[in-house]
Design a protein around this ligand. Structure first.
Ligand SMILES: Nc1ncnc2c1ncn2[C@@H]1O[C@H](COP(=O)(O)OP(=O)(O)O)[C@@H](O)[C@H]1O
Ligand SMILES: O=P(O)(O)OC[C@H]1O[C@](O)(COP(=O)(O)O)[C@@H](O)[C@@H]1O
Ligand SMILES: [Mg+2]
Length: 442
């Protein structure tokens, strides 16, 4: 997708007329290597060749609005009510984001009310309206020490009209949606309904994905915590595989469409000999197939460790009878167990009867509390989201792009999926670290 500058402009509800609590602090600030002024913009591209190829003046290059506090805000803080909802799969750091939003809104903007909706978009429906909780500093004090989300989450479609009725009933001015691609699609339906009714409600997203598969964001929050957890499971099967004759360790990791968790976890301690991800198809049979390569490795080293992303090799599995979850995500076939079976059969056939250690840590990598790095990242995203909302930005998501916090239009975050580029440097690092071939098969 070729982006033009105008595709990157975020929507705003109107002129910012109220004094911001940060006005004094910002009065003398100018752009520096470590700060981007609110009137400045951050470039999307960062290579000379791409910038030159655009062939436009610098001020027409694709660029993003800087996130952060404004000197003036759109909403009168003392009269502002805010809602927060967390949707979709869990991710380390959800509580940190909630906490950061509540603290910033309370301590600096001193808004009138902060409401938490329970269990995702379901919490905005009529039947769950009475379960809305009021959030204050006390309610969020220690929540960063826990995984999950104090608000709960859910998948499954809800009616935008009904959800907007709830926002109106509670007098919500800004809704913060912490969620993934599905949540942002839902949030865009909310803004469409808000626009249709001519309401003055801002919707600001904080992108969440354990798989790191959302575009226009350096790396999603919680991802680092999750792959660090995954590393422990790889280390376990490595130890087991070393201790056994023809030891085979297999770890299946989350990653429906993108193999980032598998790549990073595998690189982290370099115990993996093969990494299989959705972005790089593979074949099992033949002289260059996975089975022969695994066999060669076991012959040479006496053991092997394979890390497989759950979405890898789906084309090798039975496609019939595939169902979808409540949000419409296709349920995947189990590539981990399939590989376990095929590798066991193959090694037994070639007289290398294996001892297989198979781990599927599944939810164990995403249900933990965020590590210190992710906690910092979450609180900074939370602050950015609050500033965006108070400044009347809507249909907008806050992200970190090339280490700067910026605003992007919500529709861009759902425009495509971030995937491991088989021609990119991450996959090259995986190939270097594992020594596996660039492709299996022909
Ligand atoms: N196209 C869509 N339109 C409206 N709501 C959606 C859409 N896709 C998902 N949602 C809703 O967003 C919420 C979270 O979506 P889901 O796909 O489960 O997780 P994620 O946000 O992590 O992608 C669910 O309540 C789901 O029904
Ligand atoms: O069982 P659930 O809750 O549907 O979640 C499982 C799936 O969600 C994912 O973590 C993706 O979710 P996110 O990218 O939205 O975090 C997949 O990797 C995983 O298979
Ligand atoms: Mg999703």
């Amino acid at each position: 997708m070729t982006l033009e500058l105008d595709d990157l402009r975020v929507r705003t509800l109107g002129e910012c007329r109220f004094d911001s609590p940060f006005a004094e602090m910002l009065a003398t600030k100018r752009t520096s290597p470590h700060y981007v002024h609110e009137d400045d913009r951050v470039l999307v591209d960062d290579t000379v060749s791409v910038l030159l190829a655009r062939g436009v003046p610098i001020d027409r290059l694709p660029s993003l609005e800087a996130a952060g506090p404004r000197r003036k805000v759109y909403f009168d803080p003392a009269a502002t009510s805010v809602g927060i909802v967390t949707c979709g799969g869990l991710c380390p750091g959800l509580n940190d984001v909630i906490r950061g939003i509540v603290q910033e809104l309370t301590e600096h903007y001193a808004v009138a009310h902060i409401y938490g909706f329970r269990n995702g978009y379901a919490g905005l429906t009529r039947r769950h309206r009475e379960r809305v909780v009021e959030l204050d500093l006390h309610a969020v004090r220690d929540i960063n020490n826990d995984g999950g989300t104090i608000l709960g989450s859910s998948r499954g479609d809800q009616c935008p009209e009904e959800m907007v009725d709830t926002l109106v009933e509670l007098g919500i001015d800004v809704l913060f949606v912490i969620g993934g691609d599905g949540s942002m699609r839902g949030a865009m339906k909310l803004t469409r309904e808000i626009d249709a009714r001519g309401l003055d409600i801002a919707v600001v997203g904080v992108p969440k994905t354990i798989d790191n598969d959302l575009p226009y964001t350096d790396q999603s929050f919680g991802f680092q915590t999750a792959f660090a957890q995954a590393t422990e499971f790889i280390a376990s099967v490595f130890v087991e595989s070393q201790a056994a004759e023809n030891g085979v360790g297999i770890v299946k990791l989350m990653g429906r469409h993108s193999g980032f968790i598998a790549c990073y976890a595998a690189l982290s301690n370099n115990d993996a000999d093969f990494v299989l991800i959705p972005e790089v198809p593979f074949v099992l049979d033949g002289p260059n197939g996975v089975l022969r390569r695994v066999e060669d490795h076991v012959r040479r080293h006496g053991q092997v460790v394979i890390v497989v992303a759950e979405g890898a090799g789906q084309e090798l599995l039975e496609q019939e009878g595939r169902t979808t979850d409540a949000s419409g995500n296709t349920k995947l076939g189990d590539i981990g167990l399939f590989l376990k079976q095929k590798i066991t059969e193959h090694l037994t056939e070639v007289d290398l009867p294996p001892t297989v250690r198979y781990l599927d840590p599944s939810y164990a990598i995403r249900s933990v509390a965020a590590n210190a790095y992710d906690s910092v990242y979450c609180v900074r995203l939370a602050h950015a989201a609050v500033h965006a909302g108070m400044a009347g930005r809507t249909d907008t998501v806050v992200v970190r792009w090339r280490r700067r916090f910026v605003h992007i239009p919500m529709r861009l975050i759902t425009s495509h999926r971030n995937q491991v580029d088989p021609d990119g440097d991450l996959w090259m690092s995986v190939l270097e670290a594992t020594g596996q071939p660039a492709s299996f098969g022909t």
